[in-house]
Every structure is written in C-alpha cells, then in structure tokens.
Design a protein. Structure first.
Length: 189
C-alpha cells in the first residue's frame, strides 16, 4: 500500500534520515526513497507546475497584457534576437555593444563567394571578406539589418601598487597596508 502513497514514504524516510542519519537506512530503503523522490518531483510535480505556470503566463499575456518579458522565450518567436559584444580597447577600457536583429531569415543557402575566396591556413574567419559559408536565401540579410541597441564604455580602474610581501597599499587601513595570504603564483589561498 505504501507504493501508492509516495509523499508519506518520502516524509517517513526523510524523518528517519534526519533523526538517525543516512547510514541507518538499508540499501533497499535508500533506493525506494530515491525512486519516490524521482517519481514525485519529476514525474508528478514537474508537469503540474509547468501547466500552472504556463497557464498563468498565458492568462497574463492574452488577457491582462502583462509579463511579456517573462513569457517571451516560451513564445518561440524566431525574430528579435540580440546579443552582447565586449571589446577591450588598447588603453584597457571595456567597450560593450548590444546588437540586435529584428527579422531573422528562415531559409539559408551556401554562399558561393565563400567557396571561391582563397583561404589561408590558420586564417581567422572574421578577417575574410566572406566570413560565413552561409547567407540568407531571401533578400533579408541580417548583416545589413543588425543595429546597435546600446553602447557604453567601462573605464579601466587604476591598479593598486603592491609591495613584494603581498600587502596592498590602502589609505583607509591604519598603517597603510592590508595583509593578504598569497601563493608563489600570486593567487589567493
């Protein structure tokens, strides 16, 4: 009968584990416990929670017109893709670009220009005139449609002067140094 009452088996077994430790459980009892946990959380609970949460998002989007950000990925819209590119400038500043494409092509074809271009061994693809062997089959080319959504620069912070003993000069610390245990490679332990 206990096979049909999975929550009870889990509760009693967990109580036993908490009181006496996992070592007190026989091997068969541990296997039954783990099978019950698997059945309860993956086979029973996951579909129910997914249905409840999916229904909530469906109602919020279609009736209340809220939570569009939360539901966007589950809508499976192929368009409106964006990504972030980071570039470290020569002076050490970090330049961040967010690039977006509103309409993504559905059909792709091999680019004949890529095959005809002479390729040097060990040449990086971004240095080529035709870097990809694929291009959009329609006139909608994402290379021409990409736009910069956001651009900002994070300036490089000046590095702190260190002394050979591994201490860092700090104006806020009495005595002017903070002791830091480091390994010979300079990494923290």
């Amino acid at each position: 009968m206990s096979a049909f009452d999975i929550p009870e088996v889990m509760a009693v077994t967990r109580s036993t584990i908490c009181k006496k430790g996992i070592e007190s459980l026989p091997r068969g009892g541990a296997i039954i416990y783990y099978v019950c946990v698997f059945l309860y959380f993956w086979v029973l609970s996951t579909p129910v929670v997914s249905l409840v949460f999916g229904s909530y998002l469906y109602l919020c989007i279609n009736w209340f017109h809220i939570h569009f950000d939360e539901a966007f990925s589950s809508l499976r819209i192929a368009n409106y893709k964006a990504f972030t590119r980071l570039h470290i400038k020569k002076n050490g500043d970090l330049e961040v670009f967010t690039l977006a494409v509103d309409k993504v092509p559905k059909d792709w074809m091999l680019d004949p220009d890529w095959d005809m271009e002479p390729k040097q061994p060990f040449q990086m693809s971004y240095t080529r005139k035709f870097p990809s062997k694929w291009r959009a089959a329609s006139g909608l080319d994402p290379i021409n449609a990409v736009r910069i959504v956001d651009r900002f620069v994070i300036p490089r912070t000046p590095s702190s002067p260190t002394t050979p003993g591994g201490s860092v000069s700090s104006p806020t610390t009495p005595g002017g140094s903070v002791s830091s245990p480091t390994t010979p490679g300079g990494f923290m332990r």
